[in-house]
Design a protein around this ligand. Structure first.
Ligand SMILES: [Zn+2]
Length: 237
């Protein structure tokens, strides 16, 4: 299955990406991982990207696109993939279509959107407290430390990162909404968008995602085994 995962900051996208990719037996391809891999192995694209980042500039679209193209042309992605972090815009979505059709004539099967309302995201993220010593992240509601303001692991001082301040979160959500809404509409118009409720426990969200994807799963090349392949039982009637 060729799948793109989208969702706002705080929707637990990274975690879900991992679980869903494992379930589908496809590689999880995230732009963050691609960047780090290219920079650390000093590929020509990695060196270009690093030059921009070192100057504090945004990496231009065509560098990102070239990295994604090369990654999608690797053999492990030929039977499917889960893309996380790309595309972010409608023009990038069109480039992705071109990459797939140039590579092997394939098409995107589904865009899975994790839907979480903003209040829930703010509540989740603004409760986070990070240890200054070990960087462990506690949560005031879901995973509170025994002593307020102190890390259970090493007695380090807990603080709220800038990223986790309510106002910062609100801003990030607005930016996400503005940039992603057209992308989501684009995919909805093509009939490939599937949205799932991403509130509640992680396992429940994964289950909802898998249920939503099940009708789209087709694995003609993989020999399957299991109850589904057994001849139907005589119904005795
Ligand atoms: Zn600590």
């Amino acid at each position: 299955m060729r799948l793109v995962l989208v969702g706002p900051p705080g929707a637990g996208k990274g975690t879900q990406a991992q679980f869903i990719a494992e379930h589908l037996s496809v590689p999880k391809i995230s732009t963050g991982d691609i960047f780090r891999a290219n920079v650390s192995s000093a590929t020509p694209l990695g060196l270009q990207a690093k030059a921009y980042m070192d100057r504090g500039d945004l990496v231009p679209d065509d560098v990102t696109i070239d990295m994604v193209r090369l990654r999608l042309q690797e053999p492990d992605a030929s039977q499917g993939f889960l893309l996380d972090g790309f595309p972010r815009t409608v023009p990038q979505a069109q480039v992705l279509d071109d990459i797939l059709s140039e590579t092997d004539g394939s098409k995107l099967d589904v865009v899975l959107e994790l839907v979480v309302d903003s209040e829930e995201v703010v509540r989740r993220l603004s409760g986070r407290r990070t240890c200054r010593t070990c960087n462990h992240v506690w949560h005031l509601d879901f995973d509170p430390p025994t002593v307020e303001g102190t890390c259970d692991l090493d007695d380090g001082e807990l603080y709220q990162r800038d990223d986790d301040q309510a106002e910062t979160i609100q801003n990030r959500l607005e930016v996400y909404e503005l940039s992603t809404a057209p992308l989501v509409n684009y995919y909805a118009g093509r009939g490939v968008l599937v949205g799932i409720d991403a509130t509640g426990p992680v396992d429940d969200v994964t289950e909802r995602a898998i249920d939503a994807l099940r009708p789209l799963e087709h694995s003609p090349k993989r020999p399957s085994h299991g109850a589904a392949d057994l001849p139907p039982l005589p119904d005795g009637g």
